[in-house]
Design a binder for this molecule. Sequence first.
Ligand SMILES: [Zn+2]
Length: 185
Amino acid sequence: MALDFVNTDVVSEHDRTSDVLRSADEFTAWCAYADVPGVTTAGVCGANGDELLDETRSLRTAIRTVVESIAAGRAADDQALSTLQSAYTTAISHAIPAISDERLSWRWTTPTPKTLVWELTTSAVALLSDGPTDRIKVCPTCGFVFLDTTKNRSRRWCSMDDCGKQEKIRRYIAKRAETRRPSGR
Ligand SMILES: [Zn+2]
């Protein structure tokens, strides 16, 4: 869920409009699509829509930055970590802890568009802390983030049907162009 959320804005994809979330209502629509808990009763965004959208986007940027750092095995940007921390603090401070399915979970009594943001925040923190972080990957072609669930963790692209094939075609064309170029001139 957290990675799908990050993929609502694919930064390096140049041939289509990258941001799926252009309004707070599009955010709640996406939450319905992604089955974020509480979305069916969360209600509408109302007057605070723009504020919610800003909050959503900065959270998404922070999660992407941390995801990319983990995937690349490097330290994360301090600002991204502190954005994630403050979103998490807010989410937890409004939550009611409960034990369900023999594990600790966080729930919010009245679902609102804000609780959807909190659901995404806690889901992201759970994934980025408990993993499987060694399966988190970033597609080198389009920037999609995904969990590599293959046995030997050999998956490179978001989907072999799209990006993998595209990359192979691109390499083939580049190679052809190279060999056809007259040498020594
Ligand atoms: Zn891709």
